[in-house]
Design a protein around this ligand. Structure first.
Ligand code: ZN
Length: 74
C-alpha cells in the first residue's frame, strides 16, 4: 500500500527547506536532526528565561512568607 508519489512535503521550521513527511524521516517536520536540535535549543533558551523570573519571584514570595508569620506573632 506504499504510494511514494503521494508523499507530503512540509517546510522545515528551522531552514524552510521542503522535506518529505514520511515515516522514513524521524525528524519530521524538520529536514534533519540538526534542524530539530536547533529548534529544541531555541525552546530550551526560552524556557530557561521563565525559571529565572520565577526564582526572583520566589525570593520575594519566601520573604513574604517569612515576614507574615512574624507579623502575626506581633
Ligand atoms: Zn532544516
Amino acid at each position: 500500500m506504499l504510494n511514494t508519489q503521494a508523499v507530503t512535503y512540509v517546510a522545515c521550521p528551522t531552514c524552510q527547506i521542503k522535506t518529505p513527511w514520511s515515516k522514513e524521516n524521524p525528524d519530521r517536520p524538520f529536514c534533519s536532526a540538526r534542524c530539530k536540535l536547533i529548534d529544541l535549543g531555541e525552546w530550551a533558551n526560552e524556557s530557561y528565561a521563565i525559571p529565572q523570573q520565577t526564582s526572583e519571584e520566589d525570593e520575594i514570595f519566601s520573604e513574604d512568607l517569612v515576614s507574615n508569620p512574624n507579623k502575626s506573632f506581633l
